[in-house]
Design a protein around this ligand. Structure first.
Ligand SMILES: Nc1ncnc2c1ncn2[C@@H]1O[C@H](COP(=O)(O)OP(=O)(O)OP(=O)(O)O)[C@@H](O)[C@H]1O
Ligand SMILES: [Mg+2]
Length: 229
């Protein structure tokens, strides 16, 4: 579904990603795990064309997408939930979803509310007044309105209270059950392991490990060196 092949990404003169290669196959929830500053968000921004890589290729369902703009990728079936939880603060929850609704979409508000019942209860509240966890649910819900085949989630549980984290973990597992492929970045490995089916570990802009959840759990060296657990 998604193939990132040997990309190099820079911010100005700073060389951040070095030959990053990863893939997400249909139905997988793939973890991109790593510490602060490892290059997780930069990898996602490279895929979304926000910081286009200077080398390497990115294909989605067999077509090159390097250099395409985020709204085009949204229409092609890639949903992106960045780490900053940007909602339309002045709009209510309902209108935040309505504004991105496409008639051709498989997902509509009611289906999204089925997955996030707690959002339905606050559907007329202004998004700017929501808690951090509620805003995170809303940004994921909004991405779903585009009927994504692939969802990029950048540290969705970061900074949220443990109870909310558990809710989100369950919802992400339900997305997986709905057949959506997901690339999920996380620092919190224990939390990620509840959701993912396969993992990459990134450190200093390089992929250091690739394997199944079981292989990662068994690899003490990778966990100690790159994940601090
Ligand atoms: N806009 C930018 N300009 C210059 N350097 C940047 C910029 N954004 C990130 N960096 C640097 O790129 C490196 C990778 O950052 P990135 O945000 O991809 O890490 P991350 O794995 O997402 O970390 P975190 O877990 O803290 O979100 C870091 O060294 C960071 O300082
Ligand atoms: Mg990040």
């Amino acid at each position: 579904m998604l193939d990132v092949n040997a990309i190099d990404t820079y911010y100005g003169l700073s060389h951040i990603l070095f030959g990053v290669t990863l893939s997400v196959r249909a139905g997988e929830v793939v973890g991109l795990l790593g510490r602060n500053g490892a290059g997780k968000s930069t990898t996602m921004k490279s895929i979304m064309g926000i910081v286009p890589p200077r080398k390497g290729t990115i294909t989605f369902k067999g077509t090159g997408i390097a250099g395409r703009k985020p709204f085009m990728l949204f229409r092609q079936g890639i949903g992106y939930v960045p780490d900053d939880r940007r909602v339309f603060a002045d709009l209510c929850v309902d209108d935040n979803l309505e504004i991105v609704h496409r008639r051709s979409s498989e997902w509509d508000k009611e289906r999204v509310y089925g997955l996030f019942p707690s959002l339905k209860e606050i559907r007329s509240r202004r998004a700017g007044h929501l808690s951090g966890g509620e805003q995170q649910m809303l940004t994921i819900a909004r991405a779903l309105m585009g009927s994504p085949e692939l969802l990029l989630l950048d540290e969705p549980t970061e900074g949220l209270a443990p109870l909310i984290v558990r809710d989100l973990e369950e919802q992400i597992v339900r997305l997986r059950e709905a057949g959506i492929s997901i690339l999920l970045s996380e620092q919190n490995v224990r939390s990620a392991l509840k959701m993912i089916t396969r993992a990459y570990v990134i450190d200093n802009g390089r992929i250091r490990f690739e394997g199944t959840v079981q292989e990662l759990e068994a690899n003490e060296e990778v966990k100690r060196k790159y994940l601090m657990i």
